[in-house]
Design a protein around this ligand. Structure first.
Ligand code: ADP
Ligand code: MG
Length: 470
C-alpha cells in the first residue's frame, strides 16, 4: 500500500470516526460522551474487525462495562455492517490486531488500515458555512444564517440588529442542524467570549422534567445555564409539542433572553404555524420570527454535495456513479452523505475502487425512493416517544412499567405494519428481544386497538407523522 493510499484511508477512518462520534453523542448524553468517547480514536478497520483506542484504562473499563452495546450500535449505524469483533485498546499498549491468530498478515485484506487518527473536537466543528454546499433549495436559509452569525457580535450592545428569533425549518436530513451549528461556529470564531448553549429539544425537555423534580438548587443550576447565554440554539423544537411544563420553562427562558437581546435560534421539522400543540404565547413569539425553510435539493445541488463529500472522504467517485446517485437519491442530503460513506468504507474493506458495480451491489438500501428502513425505524421510535411522552431510551430498554411497555409495543406494531422489517429485525432494535416476544406484543396491540380508542388514535397519529416525514 503506498503512502498516498494509506493517507486517504487514514482520512476516511478519521471522517468515519467523526460520524460514529456524532452518533454516540446523539444517542448518549453529553456527560457520558465526554467521559467515555471524547478522546477515542478509530485506529483500524477491516471486514471483520474494528479497533478503537482510548487514552486511559478507565475509559476502556467503563465502555466495556456499560456502553459497549451502544458503541456497537453506533458503529453499525455508520458502517452499515457490524464487524465480528470490536476491540478497545489503551493508547500506548500494543493493539492485538497485528498478531491476531484469526487474521494473519496474508489473510488480511490488502487495504486494511492501521493508522493514528486525530480526535474530534466536540461539538461538531465540521458543521460550518464553508462545508455547507449552497443550492437553490437552501440559499435563502444559508444567507439568513450568515446574517444572524454576523450580526453585532463584535458589538455587545447589538440592539435592533438581531434577527430574533431565527427559525430554520425543513424535513429531516436537509441541513437544519448543520446550519444552526454553522451560525454558532462562526459567531464563536468572531467572538471567542460568546456564551453559547445548544440543546436538542428532547434533551431540553428531559432536563426540565429533571429540574422540576429536583431540589431548588439543582433546578436553578439546570435552568440557569440557559439564562446565562448570549446565544441559545434549540434543535428540533417540534419535540416540545404537547409538553406543557417544558413549554412553560422554555417560554420563560425565551422571554428572558429575548428581552436582553440575546440571540435565539430554533429549528423545526415543519413551519411554526403547523406546530399545533404549542401554547398560544409561544406561537405568538414564533409568528414574529424570521423563518427560513430548506427544501429538497435539486439535481445540481445533489451533484455538488456528492462531489464535496467525496473530497472530504478523499475518495474518487466516477462520473457515472455521481450521475446515477444524484438521479436516484433525491429527498435527503443525509442519505447522499450516507451512500458516499458506505462506498468509501466498502472500498477500504474490499480493496476495490468505487464503481457502478459496487454501487448496485452495496447501496441498494439507499436507492429506493423512500429512506432506508433503519431510518424509518428510528423515526418510529422517536415519534412514539413524543406521542406517548416516554423517553426513547426507555422504549428501547427493558422496563416493564405499563406506559413504557405500551409505547414499546405500539412502536413494534407500527414497525411491523409500515416497514418491511421482520419480527426478528424488530426484536434486535428493542434490546435484542426474540421474535416470538415481538410477535405476541404486536398481536396484543392489534387486538387492543379494536376496543381501545385512545391507543388506536395514538397509533394512527404515529403512522401519520412517520409517513409525512418521508
Ligand atoms: P437536519 O438537521 O435537517 O435533519 P442535518 O443538518 O443533520 O439535517 O444534515 C444531515 C447531514 O447532511 C449532515 O451530515 C450535514 O452535514 C449534511 N448536509 C446537509 N445539508 C448540507 C449541505 N448543503 N452541504 C453539505 N452537507 C450538508
Ligand atoms: Mg437535525
Amino acid at each position: 500500500m503506498d503512502t498516498n493510499t494509506e493517507k486517504n484511508q487514514a482520512d476516511s477512518l478519521e471522517f468515519t470516526w467523526k460520524c460514529i462520534a456524532k452518533n454516540l453523542y446523539e444517542k448518549t448524553n453529553e456527560a457520558v460522551f465526554k467521559l467515555c468517547f471524547d478522546n477515542m480514536k478509530f485506529i483500524y478497520l477491516d471486514d471483520k474487525k474494528a479497533v478503537f483506542s482510548v487514552p486511559i484504562p478507565t475509559s476502556k473499563t467503563l465502555i466495556e462495562a456499560r456502553y459497549f452495546e451502544q458503541l456497537k450500535i453506533s458503529v453499525t449505524d455508520v458502517l452499515s455492517f457490524c464487524p465480528d469483533e470490536i476491540e478497545i485498546t489503551v493508547e500506548g499498549e500494543s493493539a492485538k490486531q497485528s498478531s491476531s491468530d484469526t487474521m494473519s498478515e496474508s489473510q488480511a485484506p490488502q487495504t486494511a488500515v492501521k493508522v493514528e487518527t486525530k480526535t474530534i473536537n466536540y461539538p461538531f466543528p465540521d458543521y460550518t458555512f464553508e462545508n455547507f454546499v449552497e443550492g437553490n433549495s437552501n440559499e435563502f436559509a444559508r444567507a439568513a444564517a450568515i446574517n444572524v452569525a454576523d450580526r453585532g457580535y463584535n458589538d455587545k450592545t447589538r440592539i435592533e440588529t438581531l434577527i430574533n428569533p431565527f427559525i430554520i425549518w425543513g424535513k429531516s436530513g436537509l441541513g437544519k442542524t448543520h446550519l444552526m451549528y454553522a451560525i454558532a461556529n462562526k459567531a464563536i470564531e468572531k467572538n471567542p467570549d460568546l456564551k453559547i448553549q445548544y440543546v436538542k429539544a428532547q434533551d431540553f425537555s428531559n432536563q426540565i422534567v429533571e429540574a422540576l423534580t429536583s431540589t431548588k438548587n439543582i433546578k436553578q443550576e439546570i435552568l440557569g445555564k440557559y439564562r446565562d447565554v448570549d446565544m441559545f440554539l434549540i434543535d428540533d423544537i417540534q419535540f416540545i409539542e404537547g409538553k406543557e411544563a417544558t413549554q412553560t420553562e422554555f417560554f420563560h427562558i425565551f422571554e428572558n433572553l429575548y428581552e436582553r437581546n440575546k440571540q435565539i435560534i430554533i429549528t423545526s421539522d415543519r413551519p411554526p404555524k403547523e406546530l399545533t400543540e404549542l401554547a398560544d404565547r409561544l406561537k405568538t413569539r414564533f409568528d414574529a420570527a424570521l423563518t427560513a425553510d430548506i427544501k429538497a435539493p435539486d439535481y445540481e445541488l445533489r451533484v455538488a454535495i456528492l462531489k464535496t463529500k467525496a473530497k472530504q472522504y478523499n475518495i474518487e467517485l466516477p462520473d457515472d456513479v455521481i450521475e446515477f446517485l444524484a438521479q436516484n437519491i433525491k429527498e435527503n442530503i443525509r442519505q447522499l452523505e450516507g451512500v458516499v460513506k458506505k462506498l468509501s468504507l466498502t472500498s477500504i474493506v474490499t480493496g476495490q475502487p468505487i464503481s457502478m458495480e459496487m454501487v448496485l451491489q452495496f447501496t441498494s438500501d439507499y436507492l429506493t425512493e423512500s429512506e432506508p428502513v433503519s431510518d424509518t425505524a428510528e423515526r418510529i421510535v422517536s415519534v412514539t416517544s413524543r406521542i406517548f411522552k416516554v423517553d426513547e431510551k426507555e422504549i428501547l430498554g427493558p422496563s416493564r412499567i405499563k406506559n413504557i411497555k405500551d409505547a414499546r409495543n405500539a412502536a413494534m406494531y407500527v414497525m411491523r405494519k409500515i416497514t418491511s422489517l421482520s419480527l426478528s429485525d424488530i426484536g434486535k432494535i428493542f434490546d435484542n428481544r426474540d421474535s416470538s416476544t415481538v410477535h405476541s406484543n404486536v398481536d396484543a396491540i392489534a387486538e387492543l386497538i379494536t376496543t381501545d380508542r385512545v391507543m388506536d388514535a395514538k397509533i394512527n397519529e404515529i403512522i401519520k407523522e412517520v409517513e409525512r416525514g418521508q
